[in-house]
Write a protein that binds this ligand. Structure first.
Ligand code: PMP
Length: 393
């Protein structure tokens, strides 16, 4: 029988918009001499001893599937890491799942907790995947805007008005991509109080937790009183250990939730890459000094770039973590898309327009400072020239 189908794609896939970040990569890809402040990944190569651990695992013939939740050795190391670095206890037996990057941990969390129509409050500006992941899981993303006036910290009152009987969870990211904003213990506590009061889960994306530069010790959401049992903690190795290509992350959650996640994970992905898991064991056992070195270097670059942006007239709050600066470009009168596009075309500097991260990102650009100081200095020179040229017109 002849069908009248016009597409094989689902409605969901048809309506999904391509990531705004990709568009800029594609534009920059064909150009010579571009300095990219666009990519959200470390400029370091994974430390050699970590790579070597993966090579050793291959030499020893460890090439099969692992348990669905990951090798026990790694889950034990993750439990130890969460305890020593973040003061939270998770059982390696059934509260930790090794995932294919933090990306699959977020996807897994959404697919496990959401029924059709359930709402997740997403704090924007945010990582571009959150809203699509909520929607792909059948949920509804309720976007709440953190603003420049509050250094991109979400105010509890803003969350409170967004809560409805359908709200299941709040999606939080600290330090944040794209703003670099880091929430301190008191700020997390205020959000935790709301979650407890309204019986909500918090999905805490703490992938940048190690890259925090404040003097105050980093606070992990599940370390707040009463939050361990209502937090899905998402983290991974991509950022802190410079391991983006290894595709390795993890998720920690109380057993009721993690056992639900494991059921989804075993069908969707089986397990994470075996050699990456052996590399991650080595990263957690012997990678502390590497992390500290990288953090020192990011802190230096952050100080340079934030100071430079403010000096050339792009107002920029000091980000407490991650490796992004999020300066305002409002003084130029251009939209963030116009600014990014013209800067790329005229001066060969790739940045990401802030609006791709949510409405309150408009008027800003995301600049990753995970690139050498020399390149950052040259980028600032070019950005200044670009801004000056706007004033000359
Ligand atoms: N969360 C945030 C906030 C991120 O910025 C990223 C990567 N850009 C991810 C998750 C995904 O990380 P992974 O490489 O571990 O999938």
């Amino acid at each position: 029988m002849k069908t009248t189908r016009t597409t094989y794609l689902s409605k969901m896939a048809t309506e999904l918009k391509p990531s705004g970040i990709r568009r800029f990569f594609d534009l920059a890809a064909g150009m010579e001499g571009v300095i990219s402040l666009g990519v959200g990944e470390p400029d370091f190569v994974t430390p050699w001893h970590i790579r070597e651990a993966a090579i050793n695992s291959l030499e020893r013939g460890f090439t099969s599937y692992t348990p669905n939740s990951g090798i026990l050795e790694l889950r034990e190391e993750i439990a130890n890491y969460m305890k020593t670095q973040f003061h939270v206890d998770y059982s390696p037996k059934n509260e930790i799942i090794v995932t294919v990057g933090a990306s699959s941990a977020i996807d897994l969390a959404m697919r496990t907790i959401l029924d059709p129509g359930d709402e997740v409050i997403v704090v924007e500006p945010c990582f571009v995947s959150y809203v699509p992941m909520v929607e792909l899981a059948g949920g509804v993303a309720v976007q709440v805007q953190a603003t420049k006036e509050n250094d991109f910290k979400i105010m509890p009152e803003q969350l409170e008005v967004a809560i409805t009987p359908k709200t299941k969870a709040i999606m939080l990211c600290s330090p944040n991509n794209p703003t670099g904003t880091l929430l301190n213990r008191a700020e997390l506590q205020a959000i935790a109080d709301l979650a407890i009061q309204h019986d909500l889960l918090i999905i805490a994306d703490e992938i940048y937790a190690e890259l925090s530069y404040d003097d105050e010790e980093y606070t992990s959401m599940p370390a707040i009183d009463g939050m361990r049992d209502r937090t899905i903690l998402v983290s991974g190795f991509s950022k802190s250990f410079a391991m983006t290509g290894w595709r390795l992350g993890f998720v920690c959650a109380p057993v009721e939730i993690s056992s639900g996640m494991l059921k989804v994970h075993q069908y969707a992905l089986l397990c994470a890459s075996t050699m990456s898991q052996y590399a991650a064991v080595e990263a957690l056992r012997n990678g502390r000094a590497d992390v500290e070195e990288m953090v020192k270097s990011y802190r230096r670059r952050r100080n340079f770039i934030v100071h430079s942006f403010n000096e050339i007239g792009l107002e920029c709050h000091e980000p407490g973590g991650a490796f992004y600066a999020f300066p305002s470009i409002q003084s130029t009168g251009l939209s963030s898309q116009q600014f990014a596009e013209q800067l790329l075309m005229k001066e060969g500097v790739a940045v990401v327009p802030g609006d791709v991260f949510g409405a309150s990102g408009e008027g800003h650009i995301r600049c990753s400072y995970a690139t050498s100081l020399d390149e950052l200095q040259e980028a600032v020179r070019r950005i200044k020239r670009f801004i000056d040229s706007l004033q000359d017109n």
